[in-house]
Design a protein around this ligand. Structure first.
Ligand SMILES: [Zn+2]
Ligand SMILES: [Zn+2]
Length: 420
């Protein structure tokens, strides 16, 4: 087998890895680069892969499959420009969430999977056997992979951690005898640049959120990604413990509708209700075939008068909803939970959102943890899985892997073939 990391040996995001044999070519992830705004020193690197994109050079060795580890933009963001006849493999919930995001943002095309990935269910693409394993990450339905051909075995972790709600999944993966002593481990190292970093668990974060909510008299506004389900569950639990009604907008309601029934959602949880942000709702009714996305939750709507006067709500919000908050919600004596990466605070929209609350004497509390493994988790991963070689990906500090694990670490460059 051969490995070509088309992008990711020296950067976070924009991942694209090819694994091929004489017969087959498989692409793992087709990521878009993260916004340069937050890494201004790094130049954008064009992703050139023969036969992958609509405008790529065509050779006589077609690509046999695109496999998406999870639906974060830095792993799926370029899917729209890939050739349509390449079979696509992705988790079902992952695909459904991606398609819901497409519905609401009007950017990007919906995807259609050739086959859905299932935990520990191997499948073949020509002479390569792929086994997906669910892992813990901030995107729901994220997979790592065992990739086999003849007697050779490669592992690709995708993005992972153990400090989320499904940490055990990652642990079961790296302790699974099937993956032990692989020839090559392609492993992410997002957090390795942080010295002595120990990630806070989602459960601990939930407790902090609960304490914070306890101290707040008025409503709680939570600024977080609607697709970060682990976080949403922790926030919901904290709201429940502090007798607050959990309020989500129509977009989040549609995301939650894709989840298993154990995840809080307006249809089956009495303490979860829906609100309709003005501009978003207008757009749904103005665009063709989209009004059903709004209508299907109308039964679970929190009435306008309640929205205006209640002060026992925990409301999931986005920066774009500021005008709805000003006009239709009660923000006196309220607080904000900022539950995203600190770096986004320099974004203009985020800044003016937070400034509004500051001006109104609301406390803003940062309650967030990483979607990626800390150094101790990576050490445990390597200790238990015991790979013969390590190729770091999704990291700006591949050298750190060399420091930690010595000469089993292979440093390769983007686009250069590695044979095993
Ligand atoms: Zn990523
Ligand atoms: Zn990710």
């Amino acid at each position: 087998m051969k490995i070509i990391v088309h992008r990711g040996t020296n950067q976070i995001g924009g991942s694209c890895i090819e694994i091929c044999t004489e017969q087959a070519r498989i692409i793992f992830d087709v990521g878009e680069e993260l916004p340069n705004k937050f890494q201004p020193e790094r130049e954008k690197k064009l992703l050139i892969v023969d036969d992958l994109f609509i405008n790529s050079k065509t050779t006589d060795k077609k690509i046999d499959g695109i496999i998406i580890s999870h639906n974060h933009g830095d792993h799926i963001g370029l899917i729209d420009s890939t050739k349509e006849d390449i079979p696509l493999f992705i988790g079902k919930i992952s695909a459904d969430v991606h398609n819901t995001i497409c519905d609401f943002t009007s950017k990007g095309k919906k995807i259609k999977a050739h086959k859905y990935l299932e935990h520990e269910k191997p499948f073949n693409i020509k002479d390569i056997i792929i086994t997906p394993f669910l892992v813990d990450h901030s995107a729901y339905d994220s997979y790592a992979f065992l990739i086999e051909n003849n007697s050779k075995r490669i592992l690709y972790t995708g993005d992972f951690r153990t400090h989320g709600a499904k940490g055990k999944l990652t642990e079961w993966f790296y302790k699974n005898p099937k993956i032990n002593n692989a020839d090559v481990l392609l492993i992410e190292g997002t957090n390795l640049y942080k010295e002595n970093y120990i990630a806070e668990t989602e459960i601990h974060l939930g407790k902090r959120a609960e304490e914070f909510m306890q101290q707040t008299k008025g409503n709680i506004f939570v600024l977080q990604s609607s697709a970060n389900i682990d976080r949403l569950v922790q926030i919901y639990k904290a709201a429940k413990q502090t007798n607050r009604l959990f309020l989500v907008d129509i977009f989040s309601a549609n995301i939650l509708a894709q989840m298993p029934s154990s995840i809080p959602n307006p249809k089956t949880f009495k303490d979860v209700k829906v609100f309709y942000p003005y501009w978003l709702t207008q757009r749904l009714f103005n665009e063709e075939n989209k009004s059903s996305l709004a209508n299907k939750f109308s039964k679970y709507k929190l009435e306008k008068s309640e929205l205006k006067h209640r002060n026992d709500l925990c409301i999931l919000v986005r920066e774009s909803m500021l005008s709805d908050i000003k006009k239709n919600m009660n923000y006196s004596e309220s607080s904000v939970i900022y539950s995203k990466w600190e770096g986004y605070k320099t974004d203009e929209k985020v800044e003016s959102f937070l400034n509004f609350f500051r001006k109104n004497n609301c406390v803003i509390e940062s309650i967030h943890t990483s979607g990626h493994a800390d150094t101790n988790t990576i050490k445990d991963f390597i200790k238990h899985s015991n790979p013969k070689k390590i190729i770091p990906v999704h990291t700006e500090t591949p050298k750190k892997y060399v420091e930690l694990f010595g000469n089993i670490v292979v440093e390769i460059k983007d686009g250069v073939e590695y044979s095993l």
